[in-house]
Design a binder for this molecule. Structure first.
Ligand SMILES: C[S@@+](CC[C@H](N)C(=O)[O-])C[C@H]1O[C@@H](n2cnc3c(N)ncnc32)[C@H](O)[C@@H]1O
Ligand SMILES: [Zn+2]
Length: 370
């Protein structure tokens, strides 16, 4: 293997040489490393600095970048696991070069999780986390962090794969990144509450090609019941933009007020908060003085998350304007018009044209046409 030395955050490590001429350079190397996941890792480092758990398991460590950054930049004891032996060799080398006491484990993820419990479990697989969620939930004492890159099944573009993996019905809509993120959290919620435990999302987001959620695992039936109460459906009109939200695990039949056609249920999904807004603000403050390659993008993301309304799902207001045949105003003007009418309105992190509001669709249409 040929190696290249890189720095992420303030941590130096080796990665295998990648062929940048290929369509997906990380796939060209024997041990996986994706530069485009830097923001994903930066967000976790920032959060761990705030949470300060006693220890942290990087379940699928590959080069070890995540675990080594946690050990080096947060000072938290880490366990780094991968079933691939080339990864283990590189991981050991990287830990040795940094002089960090990392416990390195070479086991299948589900086997490790079924025999040991960890305060924090971080699950960062190729594609879908679904085959590892049950054991990760059983193993995680306090925190569970999950990445999913199978965005097509999660958002409804690959419908059957989404239904099989996540036990819910997605739909490819204007707000598909939000459907994907809420499908993922909803599935973790159902897998958790069967053990009389609940989840509380600390920080979750959809970004580029992945979904990421950081959850607090809460023991007890009351927490499980609160989690159950945060599951439900989005009912989407197949003809127009009308949608409504319903809590519960059994969707009722609903009809569009505009078109009189049956609304289509999407879910069950997580319909609760995806992030703790006060925590997002604290993380923003913490960012001052920290070295992150994704600093500008991450602070923008955190700022938007901190201001997101709990209403769901978001509208893509450019698409709404196009449907109405009007030219869209600037985002700030649109938000101001909604606020002036007495409704809540905020940006949403899913895209630059994503708007959250408690205004009914006809009011949104009215202010877009103003
Ligand atoms: C997407 S990579 C992890 C990337 C890494 N966390 C990072 O931030 O760069 C997924 C890793 O999971 C490992 N893996 C896949 N299936 C596994 C399993 N069943 N048990 C343990 N490791 C597994 C692969 O060898 C690969 O190194
Ligand atoms: Zn309709």
């Amino acid at each position: 293997m040929n190696f290249v030395q890189i720095v992420e955050g303030t941590t130096q490590f080796l990665i295998p040489w990648q062929d940048d001429a290929t369509q997906f350079p990380p796939g060209s190397a024997p041990v996986f490393f994706n530069r485009r996941m830097e923001l994903n890792r930066d967000a976790t480092i920032l959060l761990l600095k705030e949470l300060r758990p006693d220890h942290y398991l990087d379940l699928m460590a590959a080069t070890g970048v995540r675990a080594l950054r946690v050990a080096n930049e947060c000072g938290i004891p880490v366990v780094a696991n991968d079933r691939d032996f080339d990864s283990i060799l590189l991981l050991r080398t990287n830990a040795h070069r940094l002089g960090l006491p990392v416990r390195v484990v070479n086991r299948d993820a589900n086997a490790l999780l079924s025999t040991e419990r960890f305060e924090t479990v971080d699950l960062d697989p190729f594609g879908s986390p679904a085959p590892f969620l049950d054991s990760a939930i059983r193993s995680a004492r306090k925190y569970l962090f999950v990445t999913a890159t199978d965005t097509a099944p999660l958002c409804g573009a690959h419908l059957k794969a989404g239904m099989r993996r996540y036990g819910a019905v997605p739909m490819n809509t204007d707000y598909h990144p939000e459907v994907g993120l809420r499908m993922l959290i909803g599935h973790v919620a159902r897998e958790t509450m069967k053990y009389d435990r609940g989840i509380e999302p600390l920080l979750s987001f959809s970004f580029e090609h992945f979904h990421r959620t950081h959850l607090r695992m809460v023991p007890g039936v009351r927490a499980a019941d609160r989690t159950l109460a945060s599951l439900g459906f989005i009912h989407q009109c197949p003809e127009c933009s009308f949608r409504s939200v319903e809590a519960g695990l059994l969707p009722s039949g609903r009809t569009c007020r505009e078109c009189s056609v049956a609304l289509l249920p999407i879910g069950p999904l997580w319909i609760g908060d995806i992030a703790d807004r006060a925590l997002a603000l604290r993380l923003l403050e913490r960012m001052d003085g920290m070295v992150f390659g994704s600093k500008a993008r991450l602070s923008r993301l955190l700022r938007i998350l901190a201001g997101e309304l709990p209403n769901l799902p978001h509208y893509d207001y450019h698409k709404e304007a196009k449907r109405l045949g009007v030219s869209p105003p600037a985002m700030d003007i649109l938000l101001e018009r909604l606020l002036q009418k007495g409704y809540g309105a905020s940006r949403a992190h899913y895209s630059g044209t994503a708007v959250l509001t408690d205004a009914p669709l006809e009011v949104l249409e009215e202010v877009l046409s103003q």
